[in-house]
Design a protein. Structure first.
Length: 251
């Protein structure tokens, strides 16, 4: 698309809505020349919470969700204990400030489960904050999978897969496994005109990421299922993965 249009006037690209692989942002900058600005938000927060700072180095900028906007508080909390995590530790992102909704209409129980008495809203996102206040989103708590007792975050594997030159999109979900509890299932959308082999792709992954994070199952798609606003429907991918495995078992 970039080769078909004159994008010389495109100066800034605001991106968000989901975790953005750094490789995608670097490619956007290299091919188009615009400056990527990453934002993180929620509908319940009106909606922007953090944003990257344009003056910071590009390589650092694309690996962060930025810093909180003025008058916005964020903290990282241990989901089990409710204690605030130290700098650099993983936990659930919580938000407080003028931007947080008063609650869900006619849903007091859901409101109480999401927003505590002090006004902190539970995002459902696993995140890390550094000493300068930069936020890095690891993934959704509900998307995390546990393989053989190891916590695995799909977005980390997706980021690595997106560095493969023949991959246009990568999505990872967990599927039930009798030996490890859960296993890694990767859905891959190849770039136009590119052919990929699952065995070769696993070998490529083994050379770059820990062995227990290498996808055991790989399927190739022309496109992933998405919502009306462009977010990937991982619930549909999980169903597709389980159906594929069921067919393989009964074949």
């Amino acid at each position: 698309m970039a080769g078909e249009r004159d994008l010389a006037r495109w100066r800034i690209a605001y991106t968000g809505g989901t975790s953005i692989p750094p490789q995608v942002m670097l490619e956007l900058h290299a091919r188009v020349g615009c400056e990527p600005v990453i934002i993180m938000g929620m509908t319940e927060c009106s909606p922007i919470i953090t944003q990257t700072v344009p003056e910071e180095p590009l390589d650092a900028r694309v690996r962060s969700a930025g810093v909180p906007l003025p008058h916005v508080e964020i903290r990282i909390v241990d989901p089990a204990s409710g204690e605030t995590c130290p700098v650099g530790a993983e936990g659930e992102l919580q938000i407080r400030g003028f931007l947080v909704t008063a609650g869900y209409f006619d849903m007091p129980e859901q409101t109480g489960a999401t927003i505590d008495a002090e006004g902190w809203l539970k995002s459902g996102d696993l995140a890390v904050m550094d000493a300068e206040g930069h936020l890095r989103i690891i993934g959704r708590i509900k998307d995390m999978l546990i393989r053989g007792g190891e916590n695995i975050y799909p977005v980390e594997i997706e980021d690595w897969l997106m560095q493969h030159p023949a991959i246009a999109e990568a999505q990872v979900v967990g599927v039930p496994d009798p030996e490890f509890g859960e296993e890694i299932f990767a859905f891959i959308v190849p770039r136009s005109g590119q052919a990929l082999d699952s065995g070769v792709l696993r070998d490529w992954c083994r050379a770059r990421i820990a062995r227990h994070k290498v996808p055991r199952h790989i399927a190739f798609l022309e496109a992933t299922p998405k919502t009306a606003n462009g977010k990937v429907r991982k619930i549909d991918l999980r169903k597709m993965a389980e159906e594929i495995l069921d067919k393989d078992t009964t074949a």
